[in-house]
Design a protein around this ligand. Structure first.
Ligand code: NAP
Length: 326
């Protein structure tokens, strides 16, 4: 079938385009043409989603039957897609757990029982929630929204797992959150999510799905141990109590990526993913995800984080101070 990826040249969307080709579809991407090119074999359509005329103009002569939407970040982008693509057979949309009003901190039960944002500000979560409503109303029963948690894997520009890999590969004493090592963590490999999104669009599945790894799939300490095995470095953990990290000005999630203070971690990683499992969202071994991400990072192809997100990581002077104190 003709499958349109809204997005498709950076991370998740790139894997969606690849998966759709592998599943035998005729694939086009729609982007501004700033970030890069889609995989070979994909028709590259260009335009700005925020411009109402751009999508209809780009689709002149090429009417998609399926859509996977990885690039929606504004209310206008959602409205324009709803207007131009209401007739497709299946539309899989990439939203976020941030669409929920109570996450973070969570916990999150089954999708239907959890309220989403209804405010009209332009924060990330409310925009995703609005986009879901606009598109669901236009697509009626052919719209699935994947509320993604942490997405990892090759081509990840956000660089949270990537920063840990690079830091651990450099070796020596590495500041790690003492209590945080036991905190649960869950992630989905972008390639698993991508193939599943294509399958969901093909099947015309609908409704909301918490699209992340199962609760308890690993801990932060477990993930960092895999990073050390995969990079083969001689890194030695320097466990630092949460109180010392916070007192020194370490920003959770940003300076030590994937780390949340204990009070938040207890609930934020507690997300019901029963529907994702029932709909067959796969989860390859984390070791494979980490190894493939490390192999890709060493190609030096990583782009800066998108949407103005900060470069993650512990500033060197802060790390030196913490190591000296510890
Ligand atoms: N990373 C995570 O852990 C995480 C967690 C939860 C949810 N998410 C969601 O997952 C998705 C991840 O997507 P990705 O960045 O990996 O997808 P992607 O489709 O690979 O990359 C984003 C694409 O959007 C295009 N784009 C940006 N602005 C555009 C515009 N105004 N008009 C047309 N195209 C535009 C970019 O190309 P051009 O720049 O060339 O236009 C690029 O191809 C996002 O929706 C994000 O909100 C991510």
């Amino acid at each position: 079938m003709r499958l349109l990826v809204l997005g498709g040249t950076l991370f998740l969307g790139r894997h969606v385009a690849r998966a759709a080709l592998d599943r035998g579809h005729e694939v086009a991407t729609f982007t501004r043409g700033i970030t890069g090119s889609p995989p070979d074999g994909v028709r590259a359509l260009h335009g700005d989603r925020d411009d109402a005329a751009a999508l209809p103009a780009a689709l002149e002569g090429w009417a998609p039957e399926l859509v996977v939407d990885t690039s929606c970040q504004t209310r206008a982008a959602a409205r324009h897609a709803a207007a131009a693509l209401a007739g497709v057979r299946g539309y899989a949309f990439v939203s976020s757990l941030n669409a929920y009003r109570n996450w973070p901190p969570g916990p999150l039960g089954p999708e239907d029982g959890e309220p989403t944002w209804t405010t009209d500000d332009d924060e990330y979560g409310p925009v995703k929630a609005y986009a879901e409503r606009e598109l669901a109303a236009a697509l009626r029963g052919r719209f699935l929204t994947a509320r993604a948690g942490l997405i990892v894997g090759p081509h990840d520009p956000v660089h949270r797992l990537g920063w840990w890999l690079e830091r651990i590969a450099r070796g020596g004493r590495v500041v790690v959150p003492a209590e945080g090592l036991d905190q649960p963590i869950a992630a989905v490999d972008a390639r698993d999510l991508a193939g599943w999104l294509v399958a969901m669009a093909e099947r015309g599945e609908s409704g909301a799905v918490n699209a992340t790894g199962p609760v308890g799939m690993t801990t932060l300490g477990g993930l960092l141990a895999i990073c050390r095995r995969v990079t083969g470095g001689d890194a030695e953990w320097a466990p630092t109590p949460e109180a010392d990290l916070l007192a020194a000005g370490v920003e959770p999630w940003v300076h030590l990526p994937l780390w949340l203070p204990a009070g938040m971690a207890r609930t934020a990683w507690d997300v019901d993913t029963a529907r994702a499992r029932a709909l067959g969202l796969p989860g390859r071994p984390l070791e494979e995800t980490v190894a493939d991400t490390w192999a890709w990072l060493r190609t030096g192809e990583r782009k800066p984080p998108p949407h103005g997100l900060p470069e993650p990581g512990l500033p060197p002077e802060l790390e030196a101070r913490l190591l000296a104190a510890g």
